[in-house]
Design a protein around this ligand. Structure first.
Ligand code: ZN
Length: 137
């Protein structure tokens, strides 16, 4: 699969992730990341996602074959944002950008990893997409 270059994540999208993680706590929130104009801007919540307070599993077999995604996002109900072994297995299957948000789900409590589980820095971009999907700075 071709690895797409990403400029960063839209601030609104990051806020959505943190809000969803907060409201799902102590269970885990799981979704997939989609981009618009090279910016992570959409979260797809998956039907059939198994969520519990010990692990969250993305059921890749539930995905439509043509669904494009650059990676995944999920939350940890603890202050540990390090990927688990199960996370690393999942990371290697889909995309190259994987976000973990951890308790207490504030602006510092998240990290992004590549498909091997190495930390990668992505910028938080204060941009909005209008109805015509134009990029507005
Ligand atoms: Zn995890």
């Amino acid at each position: 699969m071709k690895i797409k270059k990403i400029m960063g994540i839209a601030k609104d999208t990051l806020n959505f992730i943190l809000e969803a993680s907060r409201s799902t706590h102590p269970n885990e929130f799981v979704g997939l990341l989609q981009t618009e104009k090279e910016v992570i801007a959409n979260i797809i919540l998956l039907p059939g996602t198994i969520s519990s307070n010990t692990s969250a599993v993305i059921r890749l077999e539930m995905l439509p074959m043509d669904l494009y995604s650059v990676g995944s996002v999920h939350s940890h109900p603890t202050q540990n944002k390090t990927p688990s072994l199960a996370d690393l297995r999942m990371f290697s299957k889909k995309g190259d950008y994987h976000i973990i948000a951890c308790y207490p789900y504030d602006e510092q409590s998240w990290a992004c990893y590549d498909r091997l589980g190495n930390r990668r820095d992505i910028k938080v971009l204060n941009i909005k997409f209008d109805e015509n999907e134009e990029l507005l700075w």
